[in-house]
Design a protein around this ligand. Structure first.
Ligand SMILES: [Fe+2]
Length: 197
């Protein structure tokens, strides 16, 4: 049979990553200083056994370079995805995560935002991979593992290994979780929510 079979990968999820070149030692120090001066230890959100700073809505100078870099990337993504030029897409909030041994994040979305980002400052092997969940959830009711050599080929969650200076940006509607930190090292990251002002 001589035919051209087209394949269209539709309903895709745009996930971006890059490495910044920031002074992570300085950022690490700033994060610990903020944590040590934090009177409240009760914030949980989606994090278990971890520390979560208050949510920041304004610019903190120590994170200025990071905020500027992300802002620049967001504008590139805005253009690349075809959002209107006059749409004001910006960072709306951010917070610090310090997650030690046995901490993890349960599956969640960032409701009401357009994109979310995570920037890693301190990481180690097995410090808790980021797992972006396949949005085609119903597939699990139709395809059995034993039918395929590798079920991951069509039903995979996308796993991202934390690395220092790595910045990951993904749609806020994409469910994600963070695996358990099995190391003795704190995973330090800053999370951002991006939306329309
Ligand atoms: Fe999240």
């Amino acid at each position: 049979m001589n035919l051209q079979l087209n394949k269209n990968n539709i309903f895709t999820s745009p996930i971006y990553d890059c490495f910044l070149n920031l002074d992570i030692d300085k950022l690490k120090q700033v994060c610990y200083e903020i944590k040590n001066n934090d009177g409240s230890k009760e914030r949980q959100y989606s994090s278990f056994n971890g520390w979560h700073s208050e949510i920041y809505f304004n610019r903190i100078n120590e994170f200025g370079e990071l905020i500027d870099s992300l802002y620049h990337i967001v504008q590139t993504i805005k253009t690349e995805l075809g959002f209107k030029k006059d749409l004001n897409l910006n960072i709306l909030q951010y917070w610090i995560n310090i997650n030690g041994n046995k901490s993890y994040h349960a599956p969640h979305i960032h409701r009401g935002f357009l994109f979310s980002a995570i920037y890693y400052i301190n990481t180690s092997k097995d410090c808790g991979d980021l797992e972006l969940h396949n949005p085609n959830k119903n597939l699990q009711y139709h395809v059995r593992d034993e039918w395929l050599d590798n079920i991951d080929k069509i039903y995979n969650n996308y796993v991202i290994k934390p690395e220092p200076n790595k910045l990951v940006i993904f749609p806020s509607w994409l469910e994600h979780s963070v695996r358990v930190n099995k190391s003795d090292e704190d995973r330090i990251s800053i999370a951002f929510d991006i939306g329309v002002i």
